[in-house]
Design a protein around this ligand. Structure first.
Ligand SMILES: C[S@@+](CC[C@H](N)C(=O)[O-])C[C@H]1O[C@@H](n2cnc3c(N)ncnc32)[C@H](O)[C@@H]1O
Length: 327
């Protein structure tokens, strides 16, 4: 369940079926989630009354409303829901390796962190995002290091997302998920997340390392910090399986990288009149499009770039073509 679902349950338990607020910013996003996150952060309290913008609990506009969520002195506060709020995880971005980044990469990291806040706001609220070791001008928790944060919290289970881990992330729940604030635009930063992991462990904190895979491979898994955060939140709060979460977040460019790998794995070598060609069945695309965000153009383009011909299935099985091996 996302924060909004927990908030709706809470309001219903109190007999509240519609809610209003005065901030026009409520119009910029899911209104119930907006009010929920302002309430969870302690900024809004709820009391009887009517604000400018009224909604039912599905987020539809309504004309009248019995309660308002606003910056009130008295009213229902987040302390009444604190136990449920404490079940939501923290997303922590470790930026301790900022010194190995170029200015351009740091700019990109800053943008990815801002986007991560937008992601966090769809599922939880600002206070659940922690940025360690980087000066960012956004509403989130800020710490000099991940260790400073962990020593304050006393978590039982912390997971670090690392593409080079042995263990595979399967949507397992933890109180805290650490993502490396690393941008791979220049230089070789392979293994950088492992360095973060080793340092945290050496400093006395137990952390589980997990990689996110798409059908057994990291290729095709988007690697931006905000995308990793969204995959994790979709799995643990929406109960989505990892493959579907990766698909939802994936863009076509990243999907094409994986498509090339799949074409290379599945193409066949054939011989026609003594000449050898590399071919792939058209039906291969029907299978792959279910889990890679690619369209037919991408398929033909990738195959062409790789020198692989796309043929009808009947054509390949016809006697005219002698399959002489796979690639
Ligand atoms: C651009 S990646 C940097 C990866 C880095 N080059 C390395 O080899 O450790 C940024 C962060 O996203 C997360 N990440 C990216 N892809 C991942 C994957 N497939 N599985 C788990 N975490 C991933 C990690 O936390 C990583 O530190």
């Amino acid at each position: 369940m996302r924060l909004r679902d927990v908030f709706i349950e809470f309001l219903r338990e109190k007999g509240i079926e519609s809610i209003s607020t005065n901030s026009f910013k409520v119009l910029d996003e899911d209104p119930v989630q907006y009010i929920a996150r302002k309430f969870a952060s302690g900024e809004f309290k709820i009391a009887k009354g009517r604000g400018k913008y009224c909604f039912d609990l599905s987020g539809n506009f309504v004309d009248s409303c019995s309660h308002i969520a606003w910056r009130l002195r008295d009213g229902i506060s987040n302390t009444e829901i604190s136990e449920k709020l404490s079940d939501f995880p923290f997303v922590v971005i470790d930026c301790s390796l900022k010194h190995i980044h170029t200015e351009k990469e740091l700019l990109s990291l800053r943008k990815q962190i801002q986007k991560t806040l937008s992601v966090v706001r769809k599922y939880i609220w600002d206070d659940r995002l922690v940025v360690a070791g980087f000066d960012v001008d956004i509403s989130c928790r800020k710490y000099p290091s991940v260790e400073d944060f962990l020593s304050e919290m006393n978590f039982e289970r912390v997971v670090i997302l690392d593409p080079n881990a042995d263990g595979v992330f399967d949507g397992e729940k933890a109180e805290c998920y650490i993502i490396g604030g690393i941008v791979d635009k220049s230089g070789n930063k392979k293994g950088a997340t492992e360095k973060i992991y080793r340092r945290i462990e050496e400093n006395g904190f137990q952390v589980e390392r997990r990689k996110i895979l798409l059908r057994g491979d990291v290729v095709g898994v988007p690697d931006r910090v905000n995308h990793i955060a969204e995959i994790v939140l979709k799995c643990i709060l929406d109960g989505m399986d990892v493959e579907k979460a990766v698909y939802d977040v994936q863009n076509r460019k990243i999907a094409r990288w994986r498509l090339r790998k799949e074409i290379a794995r599945n193409a066949k070598k054939v011989e026609v009149s003594g000449k050898k060609f590399r071919v792939i069945e058209r039906s291969f695309f029907d299978g792959v499009r279910k889990w890679l965000k690619v369209n037919e153009d991408d398929f033909y383009r990738c195959a062409r770039d790789m020198g692989v011909m796309v043929l009808g299935d009947d054509f390949i099985s016809a006697k005219a073509l002698k399959v002489v091996g796979s690639l």
